[in-house]
Write a protein that binds this ligand. Structure first.
Ligand code: SPV
Ligand code: MG
Length: 431
């Protein structure tokens, strides 16, 4: 009997999968790969059911000889071990973003005369509805909230991008790049106070009130499924902060980051050019403790942000605060710097990691932007936040378009660089 292999990256078995299995059976003994959580996330989306449940679902399909886990998006390991005579897949991988995976499989099979069988992909309303249902489930607060901890547990750096609207949320949700058969997408979203304020034409001084900030979260949540990290500025009064924690938790936000400043907060990237006051350690610890006490689930994280390097208070002060905040119950530490050189950030991370192994470190490499994610990971960083790049790329593009329309007294000159009307109207999926 020939060996036939197919791999599923799905939470639900539908007609399309059964059709593939039936086709597989025509060629020989069927082994089905179930994609691991990490591979599924890289290539499509977070699974809505566990790997064990996905394996059980596939084992229930009659006529399959074996079910295995495919750890990676690329088929190299499986093909090396199994040496299938045939690899069967929907023909949706013949073009577009999946084509490099098919090319890779084709090359591996050609080494020993194996063959690819492309099956017409099942596009029917029932399959579309199932996919939409899974996405809806992923967007539900109770499913979304715990996902940041789950992604952290997978061990890779959590790549987080700033969002401040439904549209930027869609970019965070859907942007995927392929690089040599590896897929990269953002793991989480950052509701930046700077960009939320800027989008409203307001300064980043805690002027945009919480009700409005929650409204932004809601807009983002309407169209996304990825976990959300909320920039909570100073957290405000402790008496108010506890209510913020409860609301965010109920909404399905995964984490809040609060910074150890008091009084009129200004954006950290101003550093010492403006007057800003750092909080006293006991007072900030009290705020962390109060937040931890009121939260109702184990999913939600309160991350303490240290402004000592921003305010030029030195490394020892930063570390003393970090250890105190961890002691007070912080679920993570964010260390910030506005130096171009990442060395003070890396020193902080190394010294923090000497003592504390398991509390996540968060960094925002806006100024020290030459450092790569893997360099940061090597120093113990767990979450990297690209905190303002979408806003900073959109503004100059919009401003130039406005200037050109005024200059040419018509829109023709700008049209070539704009998104087409066809693309913009199909950007938003209809239910
Ligand atoms: C934000 O994005 O609002 C931040 C990060 O707080 S920073 O602007 O670098 O302070
Ligand atoms: Mg902020």
């Amino acid at each position: 009997m020939s060996t036939v292999y197919t791999c599923f990256s799905t939470d639900v078995i539908h007609d399309g999968h059964l059709n593939i299995i039936n086709e597989c059976k025509k060629y020989g003994d069927v082994t089905v790969g179930v994609m691991s959580d990490a591979a599924m996330m890289q290539f499509d989306r977070f699974p809505s059911v566990s790997l064990e449940e996905r394996l059980a679902m596939v084992r229930d399909i009659p006529g399959i000889k074996d079910v295995i886990v495919q750890e990676k998006v690329l088929y190299n390991d499986v093909i090396e071990q199994l040496h299938p005579d045939y690899v069967v897949h929907g023909d949706n991988w013949c073009s577009g973003v999946l084509a490099p995976i098919r090319d890779n499989v084709e090359q591996l099979l050609s080494a020993y005369g194996g063959k690819i069988i492309d099956i017409p992909y099942t596009y029917n309303p029932a399959v579309k509805k199932i996919d939409a249902r899974v996405r809806e489930k992923l967007a539900m607060p109770e499913f979304r909230r715990g996902r940041l901890k789950k992604v952290l547990a997978m061990g890779d750096v959590v790549k987080t991008i700033e969002v401040h609207s439904g549209l930027t949320g869609l970019i965070a949700e859907k942007t995927v790049v392929e690089e040599g058969g590896e897929f990269h997408q953002f793991d989480a979203m950052w509701i930046s106070s700077l960009c939320d304020s800027t989008a409203k034409g307001k300064p980043d001084i805690e002027l945009v009130d919480m009700t409005s900030r929650f409204r932004t979260i809601d807009d983002v949540m309407e169209v996304t499924t990825k976990p959300i990290i909320f920039d909570g500025d100073t957290g405000g009064l402790t008496e108010h902060f506890v209510y913020t924690v409860r609301t965010l938790e109920r909404m399905g936000v995964s984490a809040i980051i609060i910074e150890d400043k008091v009084g009129l907060k200004k954006n950290s990237l101003f550093g010492t050019e403006v007057s800003q006051t750092q909080d006293e350690i006991p007072h900030f610890c009290e705020k962390i403790r109060a937040g931890k006490e009121v939260q109702l689930t184990d999913d939600f994280m309160i991350i303490a942000r240290i402004e000592s390097l921003i305010l030029e208070q030195g490394m020892e002060d930063a570390l003393t605060r970090a250890f105190a905040y961890v002691e007070a119950g912080a679920d993570g530490i964010m260390i910030h710097s506005r130096k171009k050189d990442p060395s003070e950030i890396l020193t902080f991370c190394d010294r923090f990691r000497e003592k504390v192994k398991d509390i996540p470190i968060v960094v925002v490499p806006t100024s020290f932007n030459t450092v790569t994610e893997s360099e940061l990971a090597a120093h113990g960083v767990n979450i990297v936040i690209y905190a303002n790049q979408l806003t900073r790329s959109a503004f100059p593009a919009m401003e130039q378009t406005a200037k050109d329309i005024l200059t040419y007294h018509r829109a023709k000159e700008v049209d070539d660089r704009l998104m087409s009307i066809k693309d913009i109207i199909s950007l938003i999926e209809e239910l």
